[in-house]
Design a protein around this ligand. Structure first.
Ligand code: FAD
Length: 414
């Protein structure tokens, strides 16, 4: 055993790997539930736990300083006796010995382990994907690097028309950059929203000056003197640029668990108390693959702050011996320009989308139905629908589409 390993031979009662949103909330929830055992929160980033949503919004634009992203100040962790170990990456887990090993040889023993390692951005696979000037948006250091280069960049290509790509495009075009957004499918937000919402956001981005290219496939990234100089599309067109932002999803960070036999693919499988198939090992947040009642029981991962918080609360209770199960209605938000999108439920598999209100007035909702029942809402600048619609999703309410479409009838009365 190495010196470092010996130093850490005393097992933490709870070791949390991943000091991001879910990990931090799990530690907080444990102390709130009066858990008095030892807790260590171990993560590979150098910072204390911070919120990621502003990275593609107010932190990228410079409106919010990093200090305001911190989930809690340093004193909070000290005062509650939560040991925060930053800058350490776990590379393997030994479920029998109840020990994790970090890349630098540092070993930590645990009684129970909570895996909250999130995910890493999916990268392009074409040539030039790793050139200087190609960026992803997942961590503070990603955005800090981008902000330094932004001073010199005037033409930016954003690859991927999901939430992160669209949010980054909105910030960059507002900052006066020439922004082209490249999406391989025939509409933005295609994986998460219905067509009316996609068309609405496409139109908003175009109106704000973003050159939106749909059905456009990237062939390769072109370079000049070791730096990005353009994006070549299938068909031969080259979009000249000094910077590229890639937002094409994440890969869950679960290799150390899958390597020792944890069930799961594209995530680590958990039950409703967040147990993995390995003894004394739990998983929460973006990396946790679970059967979700709001997706007809399908096994999915949710990448949202709400899911991170709710699973953290469930795992904390489970660790304290309190009966609980994860069964929250999923919700999410995004902001682009002056638009606040709030979604509740999961629209995947819907067979009807009802538009409520007038998209031209920039305040409206889309209500999704599956087999006649409300399964999700996307609300744009429509807080009341969002709040009241949550109940309809929770109850899987069966309501006539005509009534849902009538914006003069409050959803709560339905
Ligand atoms: P993370 O917050 O990613 O934390 C995981 C941590 O574990 C990271 O620090 C990672 O570096 C670390 N780690 C990984 N592997 C290891 C290892 N082997 N050893 C040690 N540490 C490791 N959600 C919303 O609901 N609304 C939004 O508007 C929104 N906007 C977003 C914008 C951006 C740019 C991003 C990136 C995400 C956004 N999200 C949003 C999603 C939300 O931030 C995530 O769902 C949430 O952070 C998930 O928490 P997590 O703890 O599972 O993962």
């Amino acid at each position: 055993m190495s010196d470092a390993a010996r130093e850490n031979a005393s097992a933490r009662d709870v070791l949390i790997v991943g000091a991001g949103h879910a990990g931090a909330q799990a530690a907080i929830a444990l102390r709130m539930a009066k858990f008095d055992g030892s807790i260590a929160l171990l993560g590979d980033e150098p910072e204390l736990p911070y919120e990621r949503p502003p990275l593609s919004k107010e932190y990228l634009s410079g409106e919010k300083p990093f200090e305001r992203l911190l989930i809690r100040p340093a004193s909070f962790w000290r005062d509650r006796d939560i040991e925060v170990l930053t800058g350490r990456r776990v590379t393997s887990v030994d479920p029998e010995a109840h020990e994790v090993l970090c890349a630098d040889g540092f070993a930590v023993a645990y009684r129970r382990l909570v895996w909250a390692a999130g995910g890493t951005p999916r990268r392009l696979v074409c040539s030039g994907h790793d050139l200087i000037g190609v960026h992803t948006v997942r961590t503070r250091s990603d955005v800090d690097r981008m902000r330094v280069e932004l001073e010199e960049a005037t033409r930016i290509v954003v690859i991927g028309g999901g939430y992160i790509g669209l949010e980054a495009a909105a910030v960059l075009v507002k900052a006066g950059k020439n922004v082209t957004l490249v999406e391989a499918l025939d509409r933005v937000l295609a994986r998460v929203a219905g067509e009316p919402l996609s068309r609405f956001f496409e139109a908003e981005h175009r109106a704000n000056g973003v050159d939106v290219r749909l059905g456009a496939c990237v062939e390769c990234i072109e370079e000049h003197n070791g730096r990005v100089s353009g994006v070549r599309l299938a068909g031969g067109e080259v979009l000249d640029c000094e910077m590229i932002v890639v937002g094409v999803g994440i890969m869950p960070s679960v290799e150390p668990l899958l390597a020792v036999g944890a069930a799961g693919t594209n995530g680590v499988a958990v039950d409703q108390q967040c147990h993995t198939s390995l003894p004394d090992i739990f998983a929460i947040g973006d990396c946790a693959l679970h059967s979700n009642a709001y997706a007809d029981g399908a096994w999915i991962r949710l990448e949202s702050v709400q899911n991170a918080n709710d699973q953290a609360a469930v795992v904390a209770k489970t660790l304290c011996g309190i009966e609980d199960r994860y069964q929250e209605v999923p919700w999410f938000w995004s902001s682009q320009y002056d638009l606040r999108l709030q979604t509740v439920g999961l629209a995947g598999g819907h067979d009807r989308a009802v538009v409520r209100g007038d998209p031209a007035k920039r305040s409206f909702s889309i209500i999704y139905l599956r087999r006649g029942r409300v399964v999700a809402l996307d609300c744009v600048n429509a807080m009341r629908d969002y709040v009241q619609g949550k109940r309809l999703v929770k109850d899987a309410a069966a309501i006539s589409p005509d009534l849902l479409a009538d914006a003069s009838i409050p959803l709560k009365s339905l």
